[in-house]
Design a protein around this ligand. Structure first.
Ligand code: HEC
Length: 165
């Protein structure tokens, strides 16, 4: 090995050593990402049943205002930009008679609407059924979602706060 080559090799070793040392130091330091996550950690979302039990129908009616531009919940009011939400729980998604604008994604979802599924859909409308066509940001606040769902549960033959059988 000539002098130049041995210099390169030993230089490489020294660099590798320094990198290893730096990695050890980094591993020992508290991760800035974790610290930031702690500082901004989202509050733990209580289970849906708990939120539903604490739901406020008056607040739910107000929250539903964001949906009213596209959905009527009332019996016989029919469809708007979105399908009728009369008695929606227990129904197969994407099957309301007379609504012509369902996405294939929703029709193919195989979903039967339950309050829990609506909670998940409104938490993340584009993620829950990818490819659906509901142009809504949903309802980011977990308790407001439960309020809205409790309100919507009234729009059925026998209003109750428990899910349909
Ligand atoms: C800009 C119009 C628009 C808004 C606002 C909107 N929706 Fe929708 N919604 C739609 C459309 C369109 C569909 C059909 C989506 C598809 O087929 O992919 C839909 C579908 C639904 C369905 C499924 C119905 C079925 O027959 O399967 C539910 C439940 C629903 N919306 C609830 C809500 C709620 C609750 C809100 C308020 C937070 C809301 N939507 C806001 C347009 C809207």
């Amino acid at each position: 090995m000539n002098a130049f080559a041995s210099h390169v090799v030993s230089g490489g070793k020294a660099r590798a050593g320094m990198i290893a040392a730096a990695l050890v130091v980094l591993a020992l330091l508290p991760s800035p990402r974790l610290m930031a996550a702690d500082a901004t950690a989202p509050a733990i979302v209580p289970p849906f049943a708990e939120r539903l039990a604490a739901a406020d129908l008056v607040r739910g009616r107000v929250v539903f205002g964001a949906c009213r531009t596209c959905h009527y919940p009332d019996r016989g009011a029919g469809h708007q930009n979105g399908p009728s939400l009369w008695s929606i729980f227990g129904k197969q998604a994407g099957t309301q008679v007379g609504f012509a604008y369902y996405s294939q994604a929703l029709k193919d979802s195989g979903l039967v609407w339950s309050p829990e599924y609506l909670d998940a859909w409104l938490a993340d409308p584009s993620g829950f059924v990818p490819g659906n066509m509901m142009m809504s940001l949903g309802v980011p606040d977990p308790q407001q979602r439960a309020d809205l769902i409790a309100y919507l549960m009234q729009f059925r033959e026998t209003p109750t706060q428990s899910p349909p059988p």
